[in-house]
Design a protein around this ligand. Structure first.
Ligand SMILES: [Zn+2]
Ligand SMILES: [Zn+2]
Length: 371
């Protein structure tokens, strides 16, 4: 069997992996290059025509942003995804199999006589999963975007998994700070802003860390108005209903729902959660300028793509960067791999090769290996 990287290794974005079996191919994720660059995965029409099944790990653009493109290339296969991912994508025009999450975690689907998929929650956002595919005579693991310390999202820790190849999230590369440390820094920054009575604007995706940031804001020691836009509030409501996807209790989410609507912000001191992570929309840019003019600060908490307005604000010193952890760094990925029995390991989601990542195979888009 051949494993082929159509995108997502040695680059940030465009995650897409192909397993070329004897009978047919299986695709995992079909992301887009994000930011200034609209780049689909590197797949030929012939490769697409052999794909019988596509497994989506979650709805973020860098994993599901090229679905329309895939369709245009002639894709006629079946898509496996969770109900939450389906809802977030709002994409209902093809044959879809919705994966159920059962507790305790023993989630498996027999696709056909050649393929069985085991899956579990990956702790990254509502609806995100990892997969272990048993395809023909091989076992291949995909972590998806993976986080084992989210205070908000639940995960099923993959342990003791034996497989021929594992594709493991290592988005934070050789960054030394672990998730707990990153989270503490953001919390301190919020407290500092609140005490100094400065506003803070935090652009973040609603699906994922937008909810985390809202909870952090609501938990500040000194009370300050916290504003969130409708998409973020909507995610909190969804999470409230979907108990099996979350770690946080009812009380915390009820508290979060007491936040104010961002449309009602009038320039007063507050923490502002905006679901536009790159400040792509005109209204978001206007809001960022208003915060800046009022001596407030803009803090990005996730990857800022080149060529975006967000990148421009950062390069002109108008915005700060403090990472909110929703992926793994090399140290965490290493521990994760040691808990499992992975014969070959390929790291994904990291913009460049990680020096000293021993025991891993460095691949980039367009590369393929036999497994
Ligand atoms: Zn993601
Ligand atoms: Zn991602």
């Amino acid at each position: 069997m051949r494993f082929y990287v159509a995108g997502g290794c040695c680059e940030y974005g465009c995650n897409c992996f192909l397993l070329e079996g004897k009978e047919y191919s299986v695709l995992v994720d079909c992301g887009a290059g994000t930011g200034g660059e609209e780049r689909p995965p590197l797949l030929t029409e012939e490769q697409v025509s052999r794909v019988r099944y596509l497994f989506l790990t979650h709805s973020h653009r860098d994993h599901g942003g090229s679905l329309d493109w895939l369709w245009d290339q002639g894709f006629q296969g079946k898509i496996y995804l969770t109900a939450e991912t389906e809802e977030q994508l709002g994409w209902q025009r093809v044959s879809i199999h919705v994966l159920e999450i059962n507790e305790p975690s023993n989630n498996q689907v027999v696709v056909d006589e050649l393929l069985t998929a085991t899956y579990g929650r990956s702790g990254h956002c509502l609806g995100s999963v990892w997969y272990l595919l048993e395809f023909e005579d091989k076992r291949i693991f995909f972590s998806g975007d993976y986080c084992e310390h989210s205070p908000v999202y639940q995960w099923d820790p993959a342990s003791g998994t034996r497989c021929d190849l594992a594709v493991v999230d290592c988005a934070y590369g050789d960054e030394k700070e672990d998730g707990e440390g990153m989270r503490r820094k953001i919390q301190r920054r919020l407290e500092q802003a609140v005490w100094k009575e400065n506003s803070l604007l935090l652009p973040a995706p609603a699906v994922g860390r937008g909810v985390d940031l809202l909870l952090l804001g609501m938990g500040c020691k000194k009370e300050v108005p916290v504003f969130a836009d409708k998409k973020v509030i909507d995610q909190v409501k969804k999470l409230y209903q979907k108990r099996k996807w979350r770690r946080c209790g009812d009380r915390l989410l009820e508290q979060a729902l007491e936040c104010k609507d961002l449309d009602c912000w009038n320039g007063e001191t507050g923490i502002l959660i905006l679901s536009d992570p790159q400040l792509a929309a005109k209204e978001s840019r206007k809001l960022a300028e208003q915060v800046w003019e009022r001596q407030g600060n803009i803090v990005f908490t996730g990857h800022v793509y080149e060529g975006t307005y967000g990148a421009q604000m950062r390069s002109t010193g108008k915005a700060e960067f403090l990472r909110y952890p929703v992926h793994m760094n090399w140290e965490e990925a290493q521990k994760f791999c040691k808990r499992n029995d992975f014969h070959k390991i390929v790291l994904n989601h990291c913009a460049s090769r990680i020096a000293g990542a021993e025991g891993t195979i460095c691949m980039k888009r367009g590369d393929g290996i036999e497994i």
